[in-house]
Design a protein around this ligand. Structure first.
Ligand code: PAF
Length: 281
């Protein structure tokens, strides 16, 4: 596996690949790789292309300084996983290499679908994701990019970026959420939970599934009552629900959708660990 640590070398590497008419499949990450990331990499490996993974813990997307400072850096273990999965190239840039000269990648106003959910509760988070993703996409010049459905609002932002800044020339592949043996959606933050807490957290998806079944049987108008019930159950398990919303899956608003394309979104705190999940209705 090639390991590249500067933007200049990365640009050179990509120019070479493009000269050879190689397609590029790209999985951007913040490291601490888990099965969710591996499933993105495995999807990328299905294309006849070079697979590039980047690891960059982006300080701009952490609204909470201590969350950033405590973010696990597990480069040795990550390297092993990338090699086992036959990744062609790891881009592992130093902080300033990416953060310098970011002005051209700032966005003045994010699209409206980022005003709710994580966009509402994590000030500046998506501005930070926007800048870094734009810079990384410009550097890596990918043909295919892979993102997880767990971070659904982020995936919609990527779709927006690809449409507005890359003329839809990049193919976005959104991969389904991978869950652990308890049903908990995979996230690097899960490492901060004990097994007992993971079992407790498995109630998040159970509650979403209960809501989905009841909505299937009785309609979306029931959601407000179901929401209250679910929050009560999760609070009894010791979680604090930050949001629990039923929204249209394309625009993330509360309008009526003729095609019934709704999703339920949730964020909870278990101790000081923030967990998010979602489910299509
Ligand atoms: O999903 C992530 O890991 C990050 O938000 C991303 C896309 C790598 C940008 O820093």
């Amino acid at each position: 596996m090639d390991i590249i640590t500067t933007s200049a070398k990365m640009a050179e590497y990509i120019t070479n690949l493009k000269k050879q008419k190689c397609k590029i499949s790209y999985v951007p990450t913040m490291g601490d790789l888990h099965d969710g990331h591996i499933s993105l990499i495995q999807s990328a490996k299905k294309e006849k292309s070079k697979t590039i993974v980047s690891i960059f813990v982006n300080p701009l997307q952490f609204n909470d300084k201590s969350d950033y400072e405590n973010y696990p850096v597990t480069t040795e273990k990550d390297l092993e996983k990338l090699i086992v999965n036959n990744v062609d190239c790891l881009f592992l840039p130093a902080k300033n290499n990416i953060l310098d000269n970011l002005e051209e990648y700032k966005i003045n106003k994010l699209p409206d679908f980022l005003n709710c959910l994580c966009g509402k509760f994590r000030p500046n988070h998506f501005e930070g994701v926007y800048s870094i993703v734009r810079k990384l996409f410009d550097l890596v010049n990918p043909d295919y990019v892979y993102f997880g459905e767990k971070d659904y609002q982020q995936a919609l932002l990527i779709k927006h970026i690809i449409k507005n800044s890359y003329n839809n020339k990049i193919n976005l592949i959104i991969c389904e959420t991978i869950r652990d043996e308890f049903g908990l959606a995979m996230s690097s933050r899960n490492n901060r939970l004990s097994n007992q807490q993971k079992k407790i957290a498995s109630n998040i998806i159970k509650e979403l599934m209960k809501i989905r079944t009841k909505i299937h049987n009785e309609g979306v108008s029931l959601f407000n009552d179901l929401r209250k019930e679910a929050i009560k159950v999760l609070e009894e398990f010791g979680m604090r629900v930050e949001y629990l919303e039923l929204l249209t899956s394309e625009k993330l608003d509360k309008s009526e959708d003729k095609n019934n394309n709704y999703m339920i979104f949730i964020a909870v705190y278990l101790s000081d660990v923030r967990l998010i999940d979602n489910l299509k209705i």
